[in-house]
Design a binder for this molecule. Sequence first.
Ligand SMILES: [Fe+2]
Length: 245
Amino acid sequence: MFGLFKKRRDEQPKLNFEAIAVDMHSHVLPGIDDGAQNPQESIELIKTMMSAGIKKIIATPHVMNDYYRNTPESIKSALAVLKAELAEQQIDIPVEASAEYFFDEVFMELVEKNELLPMGKNYILFEFSFVSPPPVFIPTIIKLKDMGYIPILAHPERYPYYTLDQYKNLKQWGCMLQLNTISLTGYYGRETKLCAEELVDNQLVDFISSDMHATRHADAFVRSLEMPYVQRLLAGGYLCNKALL
Ligand SMILES: [Fe+2]
């Protein structure tokens, strides 16, 4: 009888992130920003992602002038350290590196000089301040597009000064939007959760990812699979994460 119950439980499909396969926003490179501080912490986070069905990881350390002055060289060197540790521990998952650019004057200079580290062939992930609107940025979006890049705004649900109409406008300029799945658990608070739900309801979300820095995010990432909004996104078939496979 116990065997029967066990079988029924095993037959239930296990929810996971296989439908997107690629997590394209995380801070799992060791020691270069406020994410994993050493290779062992990186491995812990990566193991959680793998257990949740992620098949490929694109790490995106902060490039932020006042705090994290990462360059393509510092990022590639941290990636090499991580890859060596993965090989050492015989953990088999492709990991690539790009960046999460803070939108400020330094980012605009990097765009002008074309000193960017894109993901995939040509995607550029960037973020705004959580407290104040960015400087004039549409010209930079246009410039990126003219250079052949596709800009992606990270976690739009986390900018309380921005409205739904402004996000719609941003998309019309050719900017894509990446939602943090943990926003839909309420991890960042009620307002962020409601904004995330509104973005999903309006089909404005192009990518979802973990934005994983530490185990508290890893736990929330796994828990987010229980959220109906996350399940709806995974079943929707319109997310673009797999374009990065
Ligand atoms: Fe991030």
